[in-house]
Ligand binder design. Structure first.
Ligand code: ZN
Length: 182
């Protein structure tokens, strides 16, 4: 019984087993997060457990990925700057269009060198951060992350109304999200 649940944009592979206590690990070398849980444990409990360990998880994903040969060493600063500039151009082009057709607006946005998530939204200031990792993703995937964060300007959590809006604005968002494995 294996399934993937998304907890604050983080894909977590949950397997139910005949065990007494939940355990969580970050797999080498891809940084996949794996939770083994007893059969009786609810998803809600697993979600709050993962949230409580989020700092530890993020730290370990970074560590595993840095070490991994599957992910080449960070490029030179010059290459990185080039990637950042080109991503910024794409965002500057696409974000206003998405704001227009959704009616959702952020107060500003930044590209950040984040390795464990594609984007984040400060739901108080409505400022959006987008990961530099998006530089190598398709326009469709970039749009999905932008939309996801824009929806957070209205709905801070991932409750029912969040997904209703995602369905309305991007009916195939689940398919796109599947491609955005870490
Ligand atoms: Zn989110």
């Amino acid at each position: 019984m294996k399934k993937v649940i998304y907890i604050d944009e983080l894909p977590v592979e949950v397997t139910r087993k005949r065990i007494k206590r939940m355990n969580i690990r970050v797999k080498d070398p891809d940084g996949k997060v794996i939770v083994s849980a007893p059969y009786i444990m609810t998803d809600g409990y697993i979600i709050s457990f993962v949230r409580s360990r989020r700092d530890w998880i993020d730290k370990n994903i970074s560590r595993v990925k840095e070490r991994s040969s599957a992910h080449p060493a960070p490029s030179t600063p010059a290459e990185k700057e080039k990637r950042r500039a080109s991503l910024k151009r794409r965002i500057a082009e696409r974000l206003p269009a998405i704001e227009q057709w959704t009616g959702l607006h952020c107060t500003g946005w930044s590209v950040r060198d984040m390795h464990t998530r594609w984007g984040s939204c400060n739901t108080t200031t409505c400022h959006i951060n987008l990961s530099l990792m998006l530089a190598t993703r398709t326009d469709e995937e970039l749009d999905y992350v932008i939309l996801h964060e824009l929806v957070h300007t209205l709905v801070p959590n991932h409750g029912g109304s969040f997904y209703e809006l995602m369905d309305r604005f991007m009916p195939d968002w689940k398919q796109i999200r599947k491609n955005l494995k870490y």
